[in-house]
Unconditional design. Structure first.
Ligand SMILES: Nc1ncnc2c1ncn2[C@@H]1O[C@H](COP(=O)(O)OP(=O)(O)OP(=O)(O)O)[C@@H](O)[C@H]1O
Ligand SMILES: [Mg+2]
Length: 345
């Protein structure tokens, strides 16, 4: 397959801060690459370099077949960019915002108008199209911003945290719009802090931390790398947490992961059923009645936490169909998730 974006050894320093320490990427045409990383990892810096807004200190890249350093103009003609902060002109209407871009792109006034009408329709903004953008909600601004980046029908799209701050409904709507672009052949590089978003949208993922790629693969590959299944124990009372942590630490070679908010402790299920049995026995001895005791497949959250030591801004709890589907009840969950494991094979 043709490669739409390649990057080799991108490095960038701001003063004495090394923001990128050698980023390599390769994105096949017509696919979505999800770039994940904690705050300050270098995601926006990478996007800005690939979009020709910033020069790298070292390294080379091609976008849509053009060399970033030698053919920046061609690169610019073949990309769309929506930044981390929606860049719409507040005092213009939605329609005027899009038309203006068409005019700036030399589409001609008539074609710019037609394209604006088409995009407003596609992004559900026809009714609001003649209102000033300052009256738009956050979700509408994001949609307008994305629409504006598509005026020239660019084959490569950079989306820097396109759905940050949106509620779930708006996020799902935007995901649909992004998928439509990819279905029609567009290549997308998307940064996000919502792991659920990467899981749902991305064909492949790179995890960046401190300006380096620390892992890459498909969402499933990454989940497998971190270890298929986890034993997860929740308690109703936070007072019981230390005992649960000790119990799980005793049955697993890995350090238990603790979520204080949900009073949940989890470990990778390296020893299979024996681990489950010892954990259950250990809790029983201590007189702890878990609120939930379940086995579930690793989620992208686990991957992110294991790799970066930080939790992502995961949407796991507000979306159905994530890795938690197996976590119904103790015994059922075990057999359930075993069956699920076999399905893809
Ligand atoms: N113009 C700048 N001058 C100095 N330092 C900068 C500049 N832009 C970014 N940095 C630093 O470079 C590092 C990478 O920043 P970048 O914006 O690429 O991170 P990010 O992964 O996009 O983070 P976030 O998730 O918060 O958007 C950070 O430590 C940041 O403080
Ligand atoms: Mg950023």
């Amino acid at each position: 397959m043709e490669t739409a974006i390649t990057a080799e050894g991108l490095r960038k320093r701001y003063g004495d801060h090394q923001a990128l320490s050698g980023i390599d990427l390769s994105v096949p045409a017509g696919t979505i690459l999800g770039v994940l990383g904690p705050n300050g990892a270098g995601k926006t810096t990478t996007v800005r370099i690939l979009a020709t807004l910033l020069e790298p200190d070292e390294g080379r890249a091609t976008v849509a077949g053009y060399d970033l350093a030698k053919q920046p103009l061609q690169v610019r003609r073949n990309i769309g960019l929506t930044g981390q902060y929606a860049a719409v002109d507040e005092r213009l209407t939605g329609r005027e915002n899009i038309e203006l871009i068409g005019v700036l792109l030399h589409l001609g006034r008539r074609a710019a108008k037609a394209r604006a009408a088409e995009l407003l329709e596609q992004f559900g903004l026809t009714d609001a199209g003649d209102r000033m953008a300052k009256t738009y909600s956050g979700g509408m601004r994001r949609r307008l911003d994305l629409a504006a980046s598509l005026v020239a029908r660019p084959p490569v799209l950079f989306l820097d945290e396109p759905t940050t701050g949106l509620d779930l409904t708006s996020r799902l709507a935007l995901w649909g719009m992004i998928r439509e672009q990819v279905d029609s052949g567009t290549t997308v590089l998307l940064t996000t802090q919502y792991l659920e978003e990467a899981d749902q949208l991305a064909d492949s993922i790179v995890v960046i931390d401190n300006g380096r790629v620390i892992a890459d693969g498909t969402p499933d590959e990454l989940k497998r790398k971190v270890g298929g299944e986890r034993l997860e124990v929740s308690v109703a009372d936070a007072v019981d947490l230390p005992a649960v942590i000790r119990t799980l630490a005793a049955v697993s070679p890995a350090v238990p992961v603790v979520d204080d908010e949900t009073r949940t402790v989890s470990v990778p299920l390296t020893g299979g059923v024996a681990t489950i049995a010892s954990a259950a026995a250990g809790l029983e001895t201590l007189g702890i009645e878990p609120e939930d005791f379940a086995v579930r497949r690793s989620s992208l959250d686990d991957v992110f936490l294991a790799l970066t030591g930080q939790t992502g801004r995961a949407a796991a709890s507000d979306t159905a169909g994530d890795g938690k589907e197996a976590g119904q009840g103790p015994v059922a969950a075990v057999s359930n998730s075993k069956q699920k494991e076999k399905e893809p094979a």
